[in-house]
Design a binder for this molecule. Structure first.
Ligand SMILES: Nc1ncnc2c1ncn2[C@@H]1O[C@H](COP(=O)(O)OP(=O)(O)OP(=O)(O)O)[C@@H](O)[C@H]1O
Ligand SMILES: [Mg+2]
Length: 251
């Protein structure tokens, strides 16, 4: 049985229907229709908060969740979890997902069943900048690009947060079916994320922004306040698995 009809739909926030209309509608992204999410915004615009909201939803599904967190501060409670990678081990996480992709591709058959893999990266640009050689950077960028291009067919999805959408950090950004910009965006980020609707983008406060889902109208939306952050994190922690018995490489 193929899994592609299973739901990989998540809510990123809500929007108001019309200015004077009180009806609030959820704003959703559907990875089966359009895979991957690029999430940009300046420091403090609410990227990690939105990631937490999304991870809380993903964690409730029968998927494999992998969280790569370059800063290693906001998700400190996941320290030691099997699928939590921090600091320089973001690269290790990417290698793992890339190898899994290759394995799935080479063993693919008509009836293949794939458990969806969600690879979430917070502060991708920080990780790339931390690498000492351009060769290393290019190698990781190339792997990411392949995952973005080939992932959907074998149910491997990427959610990536970074402060600036910049060609130095991402090759093949067109392979992100969904893009979100939060807060006040730089000119470069606006061009990168929302080129066709550039003139519509206004500076927004923290937790507010725009979603571009390919082929659809730009949507303005608000990230809701999490009702119970501690509980959301508990659900995520559970999905990230038991602690590994060896220590991962850190700074
Ligand atoms: N939608 C929201 N509702 C309520 N609080 C929010 C919301 N979004 C963000 N915050 C709060 O604002 C602060 C900054 O958010 P967050 O850490 O997510 O920003 P960031 O974009 O990840 O910044 P950085 O790039 O520095 O990591 C946090 O204290 C967070 O709890
Ligand atoms: Mg953050």
């Amino acid at each position: 049985m193929m899994t592609s009809y299973k739901s990989n739909k998540f809510t990123v926030g809500c929007r108001q229907l019309g200015i004077s209309n009180g009806i609030i509608l959820p704003v959703k992204i559907d990875f089966n229709k359009l895979p991957h999410l690029l999430l940009c915004g300046n420091s403090g615009s609410g990227k990690t908060y939105l990631l937490t909201y999304l991870l809380g939803q993903i964690a409730q599904k029968p998927v494999k969740l992998i969280l790569a967190d370059f800063k290693g501060i906001d998700f400190i409670e996941f320290n030691g979890c099997a699928s939590y990678y921090k600091h320089s081990s973001v690269g290790e996480a990417l290698d793992y997902v890339y190898n899994e992709l290759q394995e799935r591709m080479s063993n693919a058959s008509v009836n293949s069943y794939y458990q969806p893999i969600y690879f979430c990266v917070d502060e991708w640009s920080g990780f790339l900048s931390s690498l000492s050689t351009k060769k290393e950077q290019d190698s990781y960028k190339q792997k990411l690009s392949n995952i973005l291009m080939l992932g959907r067919g074998v149910q491997v999805f990427v959610i990536m947060a970074l402060q600036r959408a910049d060609a130095n950090y991402i090759t093949g950004r067109d392979n992100f079916g969904n893009a979100i910009g939060l807060g006040s965006l730089s000119k470069e980020s606006i061009s990168m994320l929302f080129n066709d609707d550039k003139e519509l983008i206004q500076p927004k406060p923290r937790g507010k922004g725009y979603l571009r889902t390919d082929g659809k109208q730009l949507t303005e939306f608000v990230v809701p306040q999490l009702r119970d952050v501690a509980n959301t994190k508990k659900v995520i922690k559970n999905a990230l698995g038991e602690p590994k018995i060896y220590n991962k490489k850190e700074f």
